[in-house]
Ligand binder design. Structure first.
Ligand code: NAP
Length: 267
């Protein structure tokens, strides 16, 4: 896959790979580790160079899986996103979380470190200051947020002193287009990348008749059309542990979606 897109200024593949549920949900499940490692490597071997994970996933075990998967590659060619959970947003807790994430990932740095969810109980200035320390120390190359509204994003931007917030990761897909109204335009105006999670609606696309009809017209699957839809305005990170599904997702990047069909889908 060509590195046609950019994320926080880095050239990256047209979409990244999500990892939620690889190695467990709220707690670790070691039973399919090899399959997940193989799936991540399959994705990387087919040109996907962005991997999204978080300290919360499987209580850290997903990061261990990602770490094992990427250990076979030149680190500088992979863009790793991880996130600090919202009960670790005080200064010291955040630095500790980042160090532990990097250790589980087997890496000296995290390409993009995100605040997973806002926490009104911790002053955003304290959290952002700790995030900026991570950048100064080299442990994080870039910082961003996730699940922040425009108002919360503005507060976070105001709290920065030395580093730009370069991304906001939010739920955005064909069924949840709320970000199109205010959030995506705000991010476009401010040079902030919107990373779309749950971009293929967990594969449940068949109930959207206009999506299904347009997919048929283009000779693609509804999942592919749903991914292509999101790519128009955001950077998607679909999750798959299945190489056949990954192949299907990869083929979506070439759909020559016409502007009038895209507009009709949005109507
Ligand atoms: N920041 C946040 O708060 C937040 C919240 C949610 C998610 N995320 C991130 O975003 C990533 C993606 O979101 P998500 O996992 O919620 O949802 P998603 O990517 O929309 O859907 C993932 C599901 O779709 C299935 N799937 C993948 N390709 C498919 C295909 N070609 N046909 C049919 N089904 C397919 C996967 O199963 P198989 O594995 O069997 O292919 C998996 O069950 C997460 O993994 C995580 O990294 C972040």
């Amino acid at each position: 896959m060509d590195m046609k897109d950019t994320l926080c200024g880095r050239k990256v593949s047209s979409f990244g790979l999500g990892t939620w549920k690889m190695g467990g949900g709220q707690s670790p499940d070691f039973s399919h580790d090899l399959d997940h490692i193989k799936a991540i490597r399959y994705a990387i071997d087919h040109g996907i160079n962005v991997i999204d994970t978080a300290e919360m996933y499987a209580a850290g075990h997903t990061e261990e899986i990602v770490g094992k998967a990427i250990s076979a590659y030149d680190r500088k060619n992979i863009f790793v996103i991880s996130k600090v959970w919202n009960d670790h947003l005080t200064h010291d807790a955040l630095l500790d979380s980042a160090r532990k994430s990097a250790s589980r990932l087997g890496t000296d740095y995290i390409d993009l470190y995100l605040i997973h969810w806002p926490n009104p109980g911790v002053p955003i200035k304290e959290t952002i200051s700790a995030m900026e320390e991570l950048v100064a120390s080299g442990l994080a190359k870039n910082i961003g947020v996730s699940n922040f509204s425009v108002a919360q994003l503005k507060e976070a931007i105001d709290a920065t002193k030395s580093t730009k917030i370069c991304a906001n990761q939010v739920e955005y897909n064909f069924s949840n287009r709320a970000p199109e109204h205010e959030l995506i335009p705000f991010c476009e105006e401010n040079g902030i990348d919107v990373i779309a999670y749950t971009p293929i609606m967990k594969g449940r696309t068949l109930i959207y008749q206009n999506l299904v009809a347009l997919a048929e017209k283009y000779g693609v699957t509804p999942v592919q059309m749903s991914l292509r839809y999101v790519m128009e305005k955001a950077y998607p990170i679909p999750k798959s542990s299945n190489p056949l599904h990954i192949d299907e997702l990869l083929a979506a990047t070439d759909i020559p979606l016409k502007a009038k069909d895209y507009s009709a889908l949005r109507a």
